[in-house]
Unconditional design. Sequence first.
Length: 129
Amino acid sequence: MAEQNFGAYNPLALAFVGDAEYSLRVRKMLAKKGNLQVNGLHKGAVKYVCATAQAKAAAKILPLLNEQESAVYRRGRNAHSSHTPKGASEAEYHASTGLEALLGYLSLTGNAQRLDELFDLVISAIEEE
């Protein structure tokens, strides 16, 4: 798909892809750290994939985004979804949706290098907490 087509994409569709991309990367990262039981892997993943952690990480990477990335993030953040998950405020959920939309956009446009950079920054921000 051509990059210019993503301007018309529903930001929640981008977030749908970004959520999968992010979750898979977190799972791979945790699996590479050692041969843990599935329960341990799941508990470890929760630290990284919850809306609260993603929102805090998004706030830390926002100044590093270019104009296009910021626009995609804002579209995702401002998208209206039908629910807010337990344990997260509405603001945290919207911020995490913005982050996921950005990751989905980068994944779909094939910008693997930038996706790698931002993923590493997000993980670092979460681990600082």
